[in-house]
Write a protein that binds this ligand. Structure first.
Ligand code: SF4
Ligand code: SF4
Length: 227
């Protein structure tokens, strides 16, 4: 029997330490890469929203008509509507309303098929192929923004005209408004008009107590219309 090979323990330890350091370095590098990729993704992400200047709205309904024409909305239902309120002093205000594309939308969770979802840019949408028309989302929305579309047989709502905005246009209601009462844009873009308006003007959202975190911001919203 020959001699047992002599184990050089100090060399082995050194190798183990080096391997450990390499592995740690690899993990750190990977974590850094993930962080950079996530930051890049965040940069590309948009947060679409609407700003409504109530004082500029005079109730002409051009937005409602434009929305209906653009989205083939039947006459009995609305993706957007304009409320008329009489204030205690007797003056009249008009308040445009629509889906708030909530940050934390209560309409998404109750959907049993996943038809209702929030996309990566914060739009709350309905996949009509998946919708079974059960109405759970209609009941869950605190803003009355959803309806059953008699033409399609499924649930419908404002999409912020996603088919237009992803090709660089504004929603039909925004384009049609003769006074600029509605401003659409990306809150993530600090140079956008909406980011400046929301950042610099006192605004309110509807029913903040629901925790839905709506993304339609109102300027000069009277108390009577805030429900
Ligand atoms: Fe959903 Fe209603 Fe919020 Fe729109 S307003 S995202 S339908 S909860
Ligand atoms: Fe108001 Fe503009 Fe709509 Fe006319 S188009 S009702 S002014 S938001």
């Amino acid at each position: 029997m020959g001699d047992k090979p002599k184990v050089d323990t100090s060399r082995r330890k050194l190798l183990q330490t080096a391997a450990g350091a390499l592995a740690t370095g690899f993990v750190v590098a990977t974590a850094l890469q993930v962080e950079v990729a996530e930051a890049e993704e965040r940069k590309q992400r948009r947060r679409y929203a609407m700003y409504v200047d109530v004082e500029k709205c005079y109730g002409c309904m051009a937005c409602v008509a434009a929305c209906a024409a653009e989205n083939n909305v039947p006459i009995s239902v609305f993706r957007t509507w304009v409320e008329r309120h009489v204030l205690p002093g007797g003056s009249v205000v008009f308040v445009p309303k629509l889906c708030n594309h909530c940050e934390n939308p209560p309409c998404v969770k109750p959907c049993p098929t996943g038809a209702t979802f929030k996309n990566e840019d914060g739009l709350v949408l309905v996949d009509s192929e998946k919708c079974i028309g059960c109405g759970a989302c209609i009941n869950a929305c605190p803003y009355g923004a959803r309806f059953f579309n008699p033409l399609t047989g499924v649930v419908d709502k404002c999409t912020l005209c996603d088919h237009r905005i992803y090709s660089g246009r504004v929603p039909a209601c925004v384009e049609a408004c003769p006074t600029g009462a509605r401003v659409f844009g990306d809150l993530e873009d600090p140079n956008s008009e909406i980011a400046k308006l929301v950042g610099e003007t006192p605004t309110q959202v509807l029913k903040p107590e629901t925790g839905a975190r709506p993304k339609v911001y109102y300027k000069d919203l009277p108390e009577v219309a805030s429900r």
